[in-house]
Write a protein that binds this ligand. Structure first.
Ligand SMILES: C[S@@+](CC[C@H](N)C(=O)[O-])C[C@H]1O[C@@H](n2cnc3c(N)ncnc32)[C@H](O)[C@@H]1O
Length: 329
């Protein structure tokens, strides 16, 4: 299936149009059950440019609604497929309870730090969303570990950019679009790019049960993936489908930075006893020559193409090794 969208309820729509095990990745942002159709009361923004087509789910129906669409999501996801659900905290419990009733497995519970633009005086200011990252079945899931940063890229203070990018707290700003037509709760491109690059391949099929502004589908198209999805609001659907159709497949690819090659080419491969011996001898020799622990590990890690943490593990298992001076760095 390639780029097919339906102006209908996602539960009935999925049952009718999507086969079992047919989708590689789901990224979706359900209505929050907090009168989201009246969100302008809380946000400091000019509503003139916001498409008036957000359909909300009443609080009393939220639990049942969440279970129904999540069961459909489980059914249509391929074994080895991944799902990201973006949720506020108010009705998060309903989503988590629904997920517990499926076979889907939790991989990460991500916190997305987000600037809502609200102000409170007598309590803390809300500034995060939850992103629930789940996978289906035992098949190996797509996770492109080095799609955004290679293992050798460092900040000035020496911290790994790859490690930082894969921590489960994400600080991604919303996009300000003054004077442009937008949907309520439009997800930022940066956030969508991140999930799509880590969890899918080109030509994969990505599904969004709640299209809104088609933000997931647009970024998927930009990164040369296909999309399918649902949106009940006619106003939003008609406007955004046209915008989507005017985009070219792969339009975002040029703007992606290409990470340099990985240096730790042996990372993940089994360490032989001979290699262990060499690593430990060189490490303890460097230390005996006055090198700091950190620097010695970095040198050994680069020389053997092995990750920093695997060297640490090895040292911890083999403390105070006698230096065999025949090993040279
Ligand atoms: C939080 S918004 C999604 C925003 C979207 N991720 C974006 O970036 O624009 C939720 C959307 O779900 C739509 N919606 C509500 N109930 C639905 C249903 N039963 N089936 C499909 N869409 C629905 C709403 O109209 C709204 O556009």
């Amino acid at each position: 299936m390639r780029d097919k969208f339906y102006n209908t309820d996602c539960i009935a729509g999925a049952k009718k149009y999507l086969k079992d095990n047919s989708v590689d990745l789901i990224i979706t942002d359900p209505p929050y059950g907090i009168e989201g159709d009246k969100l302008h009361k809380h946000y400091n923004r000019n509503e003139k440019y916001v498409i008036d087509g957000y359909v909300e789910i009443p609080k009393k129906d939220y639990e049942d609604f969440s279970l129904k669409w999540i069961l459909e999501a489980e059914r249509v996801l391929k074994p080895g497929g991944s799902m990201y659900i973006i949720s506020g905290y108010t009705n998060l419990v309903d989503i988590l309870n629904a997920l517990k009733k499926t076979s889907l497995k939790e991989v990460n519970h991500i916190v997305w730090k987000y600037n809502f633009g609200v102000y409170t005086k007598t309590k803390y200011i809300s500034s995060h969303y939850h992103i629930l990252y789940y996978i289906k079945g035992k098949a190996k899931h797509t996770f492109n570990t080095f799609s955004r940063f290679s293992d050798s890229e460092k900040f000035e203070d020496g911290r790994s950019k790859n490690y930082h990018d894969r921590e489960d707290v994400w600080n991604i700003k919303r996009e300000y679009k003054p004077g442009q037509i937008k949907n309520k709760n439009e997800l930022p491109q940066e956030l969508l790019k991140k999930m799509i690059l880590y969890s899918s391949k080109e030509k994969d099929l990505i599904c969004d049960f709640f299209l809104g502004s088609f933000s997931t589908a647009k970024v998927a198209k930009g990164l040369n993936r296909y999309s399918v999805g649902f949106e009940v609001s006619k106003k939003s659907f008609v406007y955004q489908e046209k915008v989507f159709n005017n985009l070219k497949h792969g339009f975002l690819k040029k703007s992606l930075r290409k990470p340099p090659k990985n240096l730790l080419t042996n990372s993940g491969k089994k360490i032989t006893n001979g290699e262990k011996e060499k690593i430990l001898n060189i490490y303890y020799k460097l230390k005996s020559q006055g090198e700091t622990k950190k620097k010695a590990i970095e040198k050994v890690s680069t020389k053997f193409g092995r990750g920093y943490w695997s060297i640490i593990k090895l040292i911890e298992k083999n403390p105070k090794k006698k230096v065999n001076l025949k090993f040279n760095f």
